[in-house]
Write a protein that binds this ligand. Sequence first.
Ligand SMILES: [Cu+2]
Length: 293
Amino acid sequence: MPSTRRTAAGVAALSAAAALVGLTPTTAAAHGAVFNPVSRVAACYAEGPESPDSQVCKDLVADSGTQPLYDWNEVNIANADGNHKALIPDGKLCSANRAKYRALDWARTDWPATAVSAGAFDFRIRATAAHSGTMTMYVTKAGFDPTQPLKWSDLDATPVAVYNTTRTATDGYYAFTGNLPARSGRHVVYMVWQRNDSPEAFYSCSDVTFGTAAAATAAKAEAPTEAELAAGAELSTVSHAGHGGDEQPPALSAEAAAAPDSPLPMALAGAGALAVFGAGSLLLGRRRDSSAS
Ligand SMILES: [Cu+2]
């Protein structure tokens, strides 16, 4: 029917225009997430944003919708510039004080967790965009109470790992070894990743258990598979391969393999893809909130 087609075309054109407007000044950035130990947002994403298994991830979606999970690689502050403690109040460490990710701050003892023990620990961070900077991993002090909101003073001042990140991440991952101290029960591993080529910084909380008793009562956190990441990428509002031509995408990303020399065709293709998803979203009644990024 001509009128229907005209309407559909109009929707697509509007979406394309909206996508272009949205792209120009405020393209949301893609960075990554801690996959070992599994961060809260990564664990809930792995359960499936549309049908999480654990009660805490169900509650997260009920409170905040699925978009925080589809945007698992985003949790950032664009202008942090090293001022983490000034910008993030106590109790807001896991969300980086961003309302979009507020559920990550919940002081609950049922977050899926990774069983760990004192000694060497192999950290793995899935980086959808590699950045030059410093990744600092902290663990909570002995005696930490996981039923209370996480405060800066809960973190042991001595990092369990400090890693200098580069603009390339092997197979899309940063991997490095740290050293965990002796602890017992449920704790939090906190990441601060400060870029040195921009003021932007990224943050995350991973739940860990020390000792067999704590591990026995905790749901085991699983990291998303590459297939799961790919399956949800189209519903992400953040780029999965660098932002604005500033970064080099991870070596193994599909975008890297197909990237043209000029950034312009890629930008236009991106806008077209966004228009398609935008139109689909309108038809599905999905609400996008891009204002928070
Ligand atoms: Cu990034």
